[in-house]
Design a protein around this ligand. Structure first.
Ligand code: HC1
Ligand code: SF4
Length: 573
């Protein structure tokens, strides 16, 4: 252990700890900007300067502690250096804060306030860049707001192992962008939005689709149906000041109704339906010598990653569309027919924790008979903006239910939102269908948690099925390379494109680097997801009475001809 003193407080920490983390332990808050726990520690922004007695000040995020070190974090020299560095950043920053999507949730704005910046002493030449708001269906890049912290590049490169954005040019001309001056839509970006979640300012944001949704709601000729994803209900409350991990399922249903949607259904119904289709597909592949391992296909960031980087695994992907696409197709067929509504007049909106879903919905595979399954995708953040704009007092809303049949779901569907959830939900059903026995303990704990790759073996009456779960494409890469090399043998794999799964998708409320130093949203929001599961009376998809009704009245049986037409697709190289 190393002993040091920070602002007169004695601290003992393991060797290798940075001054920043040591200070944190002593409840001393050193401001940071480019630092992002477990993602980026490069000492680039020089905001976390401290005095260690050396000739020059040091960046606390990269400075390791030393025995007997005396650190001062709050001297006039330190405060002036930090302020000057911040003012230099601000001098080349588009400061249209009032109209910025990150207004009041911007780390730069907060630092300026906390450091008492009253004027910017270094006003000079400012770079002006065109905004790329056209090339990608998911991501908007505004380099005029970029502060060159490189958090986005680090997450894309080091965590997701994609690396399509990085620093180009030098000095005053440095810019974070795709290589060769390309637009973001012209490189193999998978639309995961993890760069947006890492950005401290408004340089990266989602493509906003709220205007199209408002327009549809206001159109008397349109029947507008909404469905929120499993992970939205454990994060939306954060946008209204509620603690991380608060479950707001009932308030969310109430808010959606008050926004004017004609029907409030639930993607969780689509998740139960996915389990019926995907579970049956797995059983068939196991029985009939189909392509194994079968890999889940609900995460569109993962699908695009597979297409670009592992095209030899495309036949391993389940043919199932993702839950919200399935539900969109059911709304425009079964629901339209039952209620005598022309599907051309139905407008379906998915509220997703995901920016890649904006890309997925417009893929040519995602339509039936000329009708797109889903007409608009908005993120959790966009929904929060709509609720605020409508003047709805979210926190004090009463709890309401989803609309019947296509809003009915089980605990198995709820857990789709956390890494391992799709696998666990599938196993609950596949086990009972294959063995004909009741599952005594529905909790498959081996596939839960935030380990990068998780494995388990399930005994289906003598047939051993080996399964694996990976979240974040960096972990998926590791796993698939092993499978490709013949070093691992699985029959079923779940991959989610974002680290943590959908709970920490690129469309979720943004958590600041400062909060992430102490709290891991992956864990907190996942815990809420498992509470949601436990609170449900029915916890297995095949026991959902509304799913049974859909098969009886319409689809026939899982993987039927009609089910294939509406709910399945094929990804070709
Ligand atoms: Fe997900 Fe899914 S779980 S992909 O993570 O399969 O986005 O929440 O909606 O479609 O159900 C996301 C979440 C979501 C789909 C489901
Ligand atoms: Fe990289 Fe994902 Fe951002 Fe695309 S959306 S630039 S893949 S982090």
């Amino acid at each position: 252990m190393i002993n040091l003193t920070i602002d007169g407080v004695k601290v003992q920490v393991p060797a290798g700890t940075t001054v920043l983390n040591a200070a944190r332990q002593a409840n001393i808050n050193i401001p940071t900007l480019c630092y992002l726990k477990e993602v980026n520690a490069i000492g680039a922004c020089r905001i976390c300067m401290v005095d260690t007695g050396a000739r020059a000040l040091s960046a606390a995020c990269v400075m390791p502690v030393a025995e007997g070190m005396v650190v001062k974090t709050n001297t006039p020299k330190v405060r002036e250096a930090r302020k000057m560095n911040l003012e230099l950043l601000l001098s080349n920053h588009d400061r249209n804060c009032l109209t910025c999507v990150r207004n009041q949730n911007c780390e730069l704005q907060r630092l300026a306030e906390e450091m008492g910046v009253k004027e910017i002493r270094f006003e000079g030449k400012r770079n002006e860049y065109p905004i790329d708001d056209f090339s990608s269906p998911s991501i908007v890049r505004d380099a005029n707001k970029c502060i060159l912290c490189r958090r986005c590049a680090a997450v894309c490169h080091n965590v997701q192992k994609i690396g399509v954005i990085g620093a180009t040019n030098r000095g005053f001309g440095t810019i974070i962008e795709p290589a060769f001056n390309k637009n973001i839509g012209e490189v193999p970006c998978i639309n995961c939005g993890q760069c947006i979640a890492a950005c401290p300012v408004g340089a990266l944001r989602e493509k906003d689709d709220t205007d199209r949704v408002w327009e549809a709601i206001a159109d008397p000729d349109k029947h507008v149906v909404v469905q929120p994803a499993p992970a939205v209900r454990v994060a939306l409350g954060e946008e209204f000041g509620m603690p991380m991990g608060t479950r707001v399922t009932g308030k969310m249903a109430a808010a959606l109704r008050r926004l004017g949607f004609d029907k409030v259904f639930d993607t969780n119904f689509g998740a139960d339906l996915t389990i019926m289709e995907e579970g049956t597909e797995l059983i068939n592949r196991l029985k009939n010598g189909g392509k194994l391992p079968m890999i889940t296909s609900c995460s569109p960031g993962w699908i695009k990653y597979c297409e670009h980087f592992f095209p030899d695994f495309l036949d391993n992907l389940s043919s199932c569309k993702s839950p919200h696409q399935m539900l969109g197709a059911i709304i425009k067929s079964y629901y339209a027919k039952q209620n005598n509504i022309d599907p051309a007049k139905i407008f379906t909106v998915s509220v997703m924790p995901c920016t890649a879903k904006k890309f997925e919905r417009q893929r040519p595979e995602m339509e039936v008979e000329g009708h797109e399954d889903v007409d608009a995708v908005i993120t959790t953040r966009e929904l929060a903006r709509m609720i605020k704009e409508a003047g709805i007092d979210f926190v004090n809303l009463p709890d309401e239910q989803f609309d019947e049949v296509l809003g009915d779901s089980t605990g198995a569907a709820a857990i789709f939102g956390a890494t391992g959830g799709v696998m666990e939900a599938a196993l609950r059903t596949v086990y009972e269908v294959v063995t004909g026995k009741e599952l005594e303990d529905v909790d498959f704990k081996d596939v839960r948690g935030i380990a990068g790759v998780k494995e388990a073996e399930v005994d289906l009456d003598g047939t051993k099925v080996r399964v694996a779960v990976a979240h974040g494409t960096g972990n998926a890469k590791k796993l698939l390379e092993k499978v490709r090399a013949g070093e691992a043998d699985y029959q079923f794999i779940e991959v989610m494109g974002c680290p943590g799964g959908c709970v920490t998708g690129g469309g979720q409320p943004i958590v600041s680097a400062r909060v992430k130093m102490d709290v891991d949203p992956k864990k907190v929001r996942a815990a809420a997801i498992y509470d949601e599961d436990e609170a449900m009376t029915i916890r297995k998809s095949h026991e959902n009475p509304s799913i049974k009704k859909l098969y009886e009245e319409f689809l026939g049986e899982p993987n039927s001809h009609l089910a294939h037409q509406l709910l399945h697709t094929h990804y070709a190289a």
